[in-house]
Write a protein that binds this ligand. Sequence first.
Ligand code: AMP
Length: 218
Amino acid sequence: MRIVLLGAPGSGKGTQSQRLIERFHIPQISTGDLLRAAVAHGTPLGLQAKEAMAAGRLVADEIVLGMIRERLGEPDTRDGFILDGFPRNIAQARALDEMLAQVDQPLETVVQMNVDYSELSRRIAGRRTCTDCGKVVNLLTSPPETLEHERCPKTGQSHRLYQRPDDNEATVAERLRVYEAQTRPLIDYYRDQGLLRSIDAEGDVAVVSARLEQALKG
Ligand code: AMP
């Protein structure tokens, strides 16, 4: 199963990817996660990516494509993968098509996750990550009182939550603008290839998962 999840920041791509991993036993490949790890480790790629990420702009295609090429070469992607946050523009989508054509493993489905602008901003404002285990939670659906009782699998204590630096209001506005200008055209690109399915990605996480699974069944 070779899938792309397409949607604006806050549309739930990461959350739904986690559920698909458990359901289909295929890895999630998130360029955002790969880039954040590179920044955290201070690698040369991370240093190059840092400024664009902090400003909410796209990181240069050659950096992202290099990461994707390397990741898709790993053996755990043999039975499929979920691409989350990649491709982000037409040039990346074309490069991905070429990469996959070379190994005769074309994309099977692209699911567009639709969420209203106001709901996206609300979700992003509530998003927090655990410093220790990396779990992403949302204060809207998991209020602090509930989270207090949950143990971090790494420390055995309550999660230590932080807000992603690019989830602040000004950067989010820029990320949404970049999505509209550069990523939204991918909807037509994949529709023309006959790969696009669209789902309503608002509402309960489990309900959205059910819609997603239905879309993947075709
Ligand atoms: P995300 O976690 O997907 O929201 O990505 C966070 C940030 O990483 C984005 O705002 C971009 O700066 C960068 N990024 C992630 N994926 C890509 C990509 N495919 N192309 C360019 N930049 C990306």
